[in-house]
Design a protein around this ligand. Sequence first.
Ligand code: NAD
Ligand code: UFG
Length: 336
Amino acid sequence: MKILVTGGAGYIGSHTCVELLDGGHDVVVYDNLCNANEGVLDRVEHITGKRPVFVRGDIRDAEAVEAALRQHACTAIIHFAGLKAVGESVEKPLMYYDNNVVGTMRVLEAAAKTGVRQFVFSSSATVYGEPKFLPFTEEHPTAAMNPYGKTKLAAEGMIEAFAVAVPTCKVALLRYFNPVGAHESGLIGEDPKGIPNNLMPYVTQVAAGRRTHLNVWGNDYDTPDGTGVRDYVHVVDLAKGHVRALDTMAEKGESLTVNLGTGKGYSVLEIVKAVEVASGKTIPTKIGPRRFGDLPAYWADTALAEKLLGWKAERDLAAMCRDSWNWQSKNPDGYV
Ligand code: NAD
Ligand code: UFG
């Protein structure tokens, strides 16, 4: 299959390109590089022995997306491109709606015009909002709590409506839990600009001596050690989930909405301990106030992903921390 991967130069996108190329697919990366480095393509080529085609462009430019789809005769789209910082989405909501909702609409328009009928979308567990029950099943009510989450919900709704209107079009809405880790080669990984918002890159930067300590956002939650609990999933497992989603849509001719997580939750302090073990470094922590908008704890029900996709995360917390640290220590300044 020839697949247009929007946002394919980014963190999850680049790992998915590796799995697609290793699986014998052809890949066209479509990315404006607003949060990525073109050097990632060399690294993907180094790992797989194949170089993805690269088109530099913005997803909001429907004509350019359409031209890329036509020129390379793509038959499927995996749509990663978007903005993902929750705090920034509160400050700049219109920028988020423009990129994540209007951008998705443009990509769908291009799919409609070019006859592309397979579409995979990067959604997020954040669409569930406050847990009414745990683990989160796909039937859990959705109620995103911040502009970022609301753009994901709006995009999901638009994609579902598109699939109803164009019944030959099959869509996969993949709701990721907390992606961490890196390719085991240490050649590609997460490269946040500036101060990381997310826990794992922050912790590995402390281990590397780039930051003095981790601020733990709250230790008075109703969780075993009082710190926030999340379902961390290795990015390579997540990437494989995308390949399974494409294969499943092709095999069964069905659209799907599934969680991609491990089904297990770990606290902030458990992550700190696990990275200490993986890195052999001490990670100083300071307890700070709760971060606005954070939930105490959530994790995925993984039964549907197993049943529908035959997909189950295989890499455990030790592997996630080992690979995050391997990436961080081999690339102290990220992609340079
Ligand atoms: P990332 O920032 O590393 O990758 C996103 C890529 O999209 C980047 O390469 C960026 O340059 C590109 N991009 C952004 N806006 C674009 C535009 N308008 N036109 C073209 N390219 C554009 O992020 P990621 O962690 O790889 O996330 C990928 C997707 O998964 C995003 O949609 C994100 O919302 C979603 N997601 C991420 C997480 C997470 O914790 N990382 C969790 C749930 C969902
Ligand atoms: N945390 C800290 N200190 C930090 C960073 C995070 O204590 O410096 C804590 C948070 O309070 C939370 C946990 O670590 O308890 C995880 O926080 P992250 O910022 O790594 O991740 P979130 O669960 O807040 O959100 C992430 C992505 C969202 C995505 C969601 C899906 O950032 O985009 O996972 O579950 F939607």
